[in-house]
Design a protein around this ligand. Structure first.
Ligand code: 6PG
Length: 242
């Protein structure tokens, strides 16, 4: 499903309300809300809205279990850290029990960090289906999502849930959830804003499948729902109905 908003503020509001609804539904149906957060700039305003009333009070934070879709291997207090961003804007302001917050720890090598995060996820899901209630994702101008970057070996991963990624020309490595585990989710939501994303968004949604070049095309929930939250600028080429 594609939802088009007039501007990025409306998109953020729509996405934040959607997160709150998904959290309530998961709590009602399954007694908890398991979410994977995305990094990047686009979700930050939505996180801010979730950290304030009225949405803050609508989310069952006590029953929330928070993971990350990907992490940049930088020090935990580096502004580029996805964990740091989510804590500063959202998690430091809501009542998620600290032991239900599961960041990727890159203190050792990215390979070790990926193996450790995989084992955290496997033990977490040991007694229940390995299914996030909600995975939030962004879209890069080069077609990446989470840290699934064009041409990287992680794109053909079938067994691992978490992998390390080296992106040429980036001075840090990354750790990412793989497409197979993201595709187990009940709901996956992409947030895409701005004219710079219009061309790639149209290719990802309407173009021929070339997932090695456009890794976001790998995301197709097996038995879940895929939602696109886009603003009118990102809609540019697609021209989906407003
Ligand atoms: C990251 C991400 C990444 C991001 C996109 C879009 O940590 O780098 O999780 O996949 O979502 O690059 O980023 P923007 O929202 O900043 O455009």
């Amino acid at each position: 499903m594609i939802r088009v908003y007039a501007n990025s503020e409306e998109l953020s509001r729509g996405a934040a309300e959607f997160v709150a609804q998904q959290a309530q539904r998961a709590r009602t149906d399954r007694g908890r809300f398991i979410v994977a957060l995305s990094g990047g700039h686009t979700p930050q305003r939505a996180y801010e809205l979730l950290a304030q009333p009225p949405l803050r009070d609508a989310v069952p934070w006590q029953q929330a279990h928070v993971f990350w879709g990907d992490e940049r291997c930088v020090p935990a207090d580096d502004p580029q850290s996805n964990q740091h961003m989510a804590r500063r804007i959202l998690l430091d302001h809501v009542a998620v029990p600290p032991n239900q917050i599961h960041p990727v720890s890159c203190s050792d090598s990215p390979i070790a960090a990926a193996a450790e995060y995989e084992s955290i996820l496997r033990s977490f899901f040991a007694k229940q289906p390995s299914r996030f209630d909600l995975v939030l994702l962004g879209l890069g101008e080069n077609g990446h999502t989470a840290s699934l970057f064009p041409g990287t070996p992680v794109l053909s991963e079938e067994d691992r849930w978490v992998a390390e990624v080296a992106v040429p020309d980036q001075d840090f490595k990354r750790v990412t959830l793989t497409a197979p585990v993201i595709n187990q989710a009940a709901v996956v939501a992409f947030l895409v804003s701005g004219a710079a994303k219009a061309e790639v968004l149209a290719k990802v949604i309407n173009g021929p499948p070339i997932p090695d070049q456009l890794p976001a095309q790998l995301i197709r929930p097996i038995a879940g729902d895929l939602h696109w939250f886009i603003d009118q600028e990102a809609n540019g080429v697609l021209q989906y109905a407003f």
